[in-house]
Design a protein around this ligand. Structure first.
Ligand code: FES
Length: 103
C-alpha cells in the first residue's frame, strides 16, 4: 500500500537543485524545479550513479556518470545511453514539508 512519507523541508532544497533520501530499500531523488517539487528513483537506470549529483537543466536531469538525460516529471529517458525510464513518485507540500508517495 502507498503511504506519504515526509522527506525534507521545502526550504532546505534550493530552486533547481536536487537531493536524495533513502526510504526502506528505495533511494529517491528529490528535485526543486522553480518551486515545484518532483521525485524519481535516485539511481540511474543505466548503471550505479546518484541522479541527485547530476545536472538539472530545465525539466531534465543529466546523469553525472555517462551524461544520459531524463525528463524529471515523467522519468522518460531522453538520450543515450539511458533507455529505461525512471520510476517517478508523487509529491506534495504541507506546512513547508515535502512528502513523497511511496509504496
Ligand atoms: Fe547514468 Fe550511465 S549511469 S548514464
Amino acid at each position: 500500500s502507498q503511504v506519504w512519507v515526509a522527506a525534507i523541508r521545502a526550504a532546505d532544497l534550493a530552486p533547481n537543485d536536487a537531493t536524495r533520501i533513502q526510504h526502506n530499500q528505495s533511494c529517491i531523488a528529490l528535485y526543486n524545479l522553480d518551486g515545484r517539487f518532483y521525485a524519481t528513483a535516485g539511481i540511474c537506470t543505466h548503471a550505479h550513479a546518484f541522479l541527485s549529483e547530476g545536472y538539472i537543466n530545465g525539466q531534465t536531469i543529466e546523469c553525472p556518470l555517462h551524461q544520459g538525460l531524463f525528463h524529471i516529471p515523467t522519468g522518460k529517458p531522453l538520450s543515450p545511453p539511458v533507455t529505461e525510464a525512471l520510476k517517478t513518485y508523487q509529491t506534495k507540500i504541507e506546512q513547508g514539508t515535502v512528502y513523497v508517495l511511496v509504496d
